[in-house]
Design a protein around this ligand. Structure first.
Ligand code: FES
Ligand SMILES: [Fe+2]
Length: 345
């Protein structure tokens, strides 16, 4: 079946996508975000409520993301029209008399918002997905367990399509090359014993022993040491990596490349570290993860085309090799199934 890029974004409008880290949006802050080619204003009001709405002011189209919170309302920077946390127009300063009709016409187009796992999530369109159920955020109990150290990564913009980022995150054979500066120069790119299974929700899970990575100059540190790696993907773009080290310590990382446009995305990510972790402290682990992600960003941004084609074609997905590319293939296959079912509803 031939799918279109339109079908991808159409289905993703019904999913929850991150648009910011909660901690980066204190009360009184106004910002912008482009989600699935829809430009949004994101604002937090004094009561903590977050508004997500179309960015253009209903008056003359000024970007409300350039506005501010004034006297409890979101104020447009151009002519000072004000909007409340529900998007209702509360005042039009240039009017001699208040005009309820004009105010009603000027209601912002708002979107559903929720906050969880330290992220602000927006759903552009309500409604069930192909399986008849509303999209829900995947459960990751470790992210909400106060015994675990939980850290939010700084969101990173990629000049690459979101599927490039997913494939990169899944990739088990790039460490020796793309991460020679961080993870190790003599890593073995051959992965043995990779086991992939499709999950009942249409996602998939990979289990594999991960070999110790070595650098030329030093003994492998805890983060480079041999561990069991479990990658779990919830379609379309929520993927966790769970690392179990031989001493029983664990880490759970999530990547969610939230699409800005067809050829750009912002990678939202966080890390949970098991209680009593024997290794670098959380801050050092975050610094290390940022360096690794920078290396991945470079790889994603140099790939052509900028997004993985949604339809398999010679020269599109590339010359693929097994087992190295099996996981990326599973992603593309399951994503196409997910989209095809969505298109049929
Ligand atoms: S454009 Fe926003 S108040 Fe005029
Ligand atoms: Fe990587």
């Amino acid at each position: 079946m031939t799918l279109t890029e339109d079908a991808v974004f159409k289905s993703m409008r019904r999913t929850w996508q991150p648009v910011g880290n909660s901690a980066d949006l204190p009360a009184g802050r106004v910002t912008g975000y482009t989600l699935l080619e829809t430009e949004l204003v994101i604002a937090r009001f004094a009561n903590g409520q977050v508004l997500a709405a179309d960015v253009a002011c209903p008056h003359k189209g000024a970007r409300l993301s350039q506005g501010c919170i004034r006297d409890g309302d979101l104020m447009c920077p151009y002519h000072g029209w004000k909007f409340d946390a529900g998007g209702a127009c509360r005042s039009i300063p240039s009017l001699l008399e208040p005009n309820a009709g004009k105010q009603a016409l000027s209601h912002l187009r708002t979107y559903a918002v929720q906050e969880r796992y330290g992220f602000i999530w927006v759903q552009l369109e309500p409604g069930p997905l192909a399986d008849g159920r509303e999209h829900a955020l995947p459960p990751v109990p470790e992210f909400e367990d106060p015994r675990w150290a939980y850290r939010m990564g700084p969101p990173m913009a990629f000049a690459a399509g979101w599927r490039r980022e997913v494939e990169n995150y899944l990739d088990m054979t790039h460490f020796a090359f793309a991460h020679s500066g961080t993870l190790g120069v003599s890593a073995d790119p051959r992965i043995r014993g990779m086991e992939i299974k499709v999950t009942p929700d249409g996602g998939y899970q990979m289990d594999a022993p991960f070999p110790a990575l070595e650098t030329a100059h030093e003994m492998p540190g805890k983060l480079q040491s041999a561990h069991h790696r479990q990658q779990r993907s919830w379609l379309p773009n929520f993927t966790t990596i769970r690392q179990r080290f031989t001493d029983g310590d664990e880490r759970v990382l999530v990547h969610i490349p939230s699409p800005n446009t067809r050829e750009s995305c912002t990678c939202f990510w966080s890390l949970a570290i098991s209680p009593g972790f024997r290794g670098p402290p959380p801050e050092a682990q975050m610094d290390f993860a940022i360096k690794v992600l920078e290396e991945d960003r470079r790889m994603c941004e140099m790939q052509l085309p900028r997004e993985v084609p949604i339809n398999p074609a010679r020269g599109g997905w590339g010359v693929l090799v097994m087992p190295g590319d099996t996981l990326a293939n599973t992603f593309q296959k399951q994503l196409r199934r997910w989209l095809a079912a969505g298109a049929a509803d």
